[in-house]
Design a protein around this ligand. Structure first.
Ligand code: GDP
Ligand code: IMO
Ligand code: MG
Length: 426
């Protein structure tokens, strides 16, 4: 069974926990998009591991973990992450990078920082890891790929084309420092050394072998559907395709390799950075969720905005994300709540129009208010429960109602951060 793990909200849904669990049954784990903007947490053996670019399957020694062609890689950050994992005693020998992955060059992070600091109201609240500018250059066909680092002749020819244009942009548009060819060539030499143990030029053979031998592939998404460049709350999005379809473009396998798409969603919603969020709670309930759920960013430490579960965006995520089932996480955060709400529709405050389908014109979201259904809490600690039937009745009622609205099964219920704190349903 080849599965994709997709974030179904605005990121940080607990994807890494689910990826780590499903990686037990996988032979090959492929991270298919994004870069070190991601912050992924796995709690296992009483230890907390944080990943940014390295696939969350790396904790298993015998697995092949691939950083796919659809990703963008910031070399210095990658080096730091690897160093940290080795210091923790983690075997990274199964890690491979597709030479078609894009490199984040220093000018990309500089432009990201510049754009954010000068955008005023248009600020996106990016992670400042150069994600947008790297993908921009990839699409403009003036980016560098990891494979370029190992062919001096073609690298030199590429830089002759890229650098004059890039320097003109850096100087005249952004007022930032420019780069000489010698600077960049020596930087690339350093980068070539960083990636050397991991770059996999015969990636086609590895993928073919896995396919031929019916190995199990797990596709790991970063971010979430609502941050997708095409389907998210544009322009307040990331610059890649976290949706299920992104797994096919970013991994090197076609869509027929995918059997299941598991959308990971929290029992509430969080968002970091700017952008619309209709069910956001700016009151004490929002603060309570943040404190109990420890909702602070893994990559940037920023407090996450919190709100009630939004079934409108989630139904949209089921459709455009291609979800076949849902892994619902952090439901234990509601253990002490008397009342739990679910946003099932939006109302336009200007004309009273009600939307049950997600309106994609995000600039009108400021006029929308959530319409809620309300549920009674269960008032007990569920973190020790491992069987679905043993969950409190009110909790099961809430889960059944979500399944009814979303029209896909909830296949996994997560009741705590640890690997063990998981309920699998048949
Ligand atoms: P990701 O980016 O989707 O992998 O998620 P993050 O790692 O950024 O954030 C999820 C946070 O929730 C992490 O701190 C996890 O350890 C934690 N977590 C995951 N599942 C659960 C759960 O079911 N209950 C609780 N209380 N915490 C969880
Ligand atoms: P994981 O994989 C939550 C958000 C940023 C910002 C927007 C664009 O941990 O779920 P970018 O740096 O990508 O250009 O920022 O996207 N963002 C995330 N939010 N979780 C993430 O990753 C995110 N990666 C990017 O906060 O709003
Ligand atoms: Mg995260």
């Amino acid at each position: 069974m080849n599965r994709v793990v997709v974030g179904a909200q605005w990121g940080d849904e607990g994807k890494a926990k689910i990826t780590d669990l499903l990686a037990q049954d996988a032979d090959l784990i492929i991270r298919y998009q994004g870069g070190c903007n991601a912050g992924h947490t796995v709690v296992a053996h009483n230890k907390t591991f944080k990943f940014h670019l390295i696939p969350s399957g790396i904790l298993y020694k015998d697995k092949t973990c691939f950083i796919g062609a659809g990703t963008v890689v910031l070399p210095e950050y990658f080096e730091e992450e690897i160093k940290g994992l080795i210091e923790e005693g983690i075997d990274v020998s199964g890690l491979k990078i597709n030479p078609l992955a894009s490199i984040t060059m220093p000018w990309h992070t500089e432009v990201d920082g510049y754009s954010e600091s000068t955008a005023g109201k248009g600020k996106i609240g990016t992670t400042k890891k150069g994600i947008g500018p790297t993908y921009t250059d990839k699409m403009a066909r003036i980016g560098l790929k990891i494979g370029d680092l190992y062919n001096e002749e073609s690298l030199s020819e590429k830089l002759d084309i890229i650098l004059p244009l890039k320097n003109k942009q850096l100087k005249e548009v952004y007022g930032l420092k420019t780069y000489t060819k010698d600077d960049v060539m020596s930087l690339c030499k350093k980068y070539a050394e960083i990636f050397k143990p991991y770059v996999c030029f015969d990636w086609q053979k590895v993928l073919e072998d896995a396919k031929r031998n019916n190995k199990t592939v797990l596709f790991e998404g970063a971010q979430g559907v609502m941050l997708d460049i095409d389907y998210g709350t544009y322009p307040f999005v990331t610059s890649s395709n976290p949706i299920g379809g992104g797994a096919a473009t970013g991994s090197g396998y076609g869509p027929k390799m995918i059997d299941e798409v598991i959308g990971v969603a929290k029992a509430y919603v969080t968002r970091v950075g700017e952008g619309p969020f209709v069910s956001e709670l700016k009151d004490d309930t929002g603060i309570k969720i943040r404190e109990i759920g420890h909702e602070y960013g893994v990559t940037t430490g920023r407090p996450r905005r919190c709100g009630w579960f939004d079934a409108v965006t989630m139904k949209y995520a089921v459709l455009v994300g291609g979800l076949t089932s849902v892994a619902l996480t952090k439901i234990d955060v509601f253990d002490t709540f008397d009342e739990i709400k679910v946003c099932t529709a939006y109302k336009d405050t200007r004309d009273g129009k009600v939307y049950t389908n997600y309106p994609t014109d995000v600039f009108m979201h400021k006029y929308l208010e959530p319409i809620y259904e309300s549920y009674k809490g269960w008032g007990e600690d569920i973190t020790g429960i491992r069987e679905y039937d043993k969950l409190p009745e009110n909790c099961k009622k809430y889960l059944s109602r979500l399944e009814e609205i979303l029209e896909v099964p909830i296949s996994i219920v997560s009741v705590g951060p640890d690997r063990e704190q998981t309920i699998f349903r048949k």
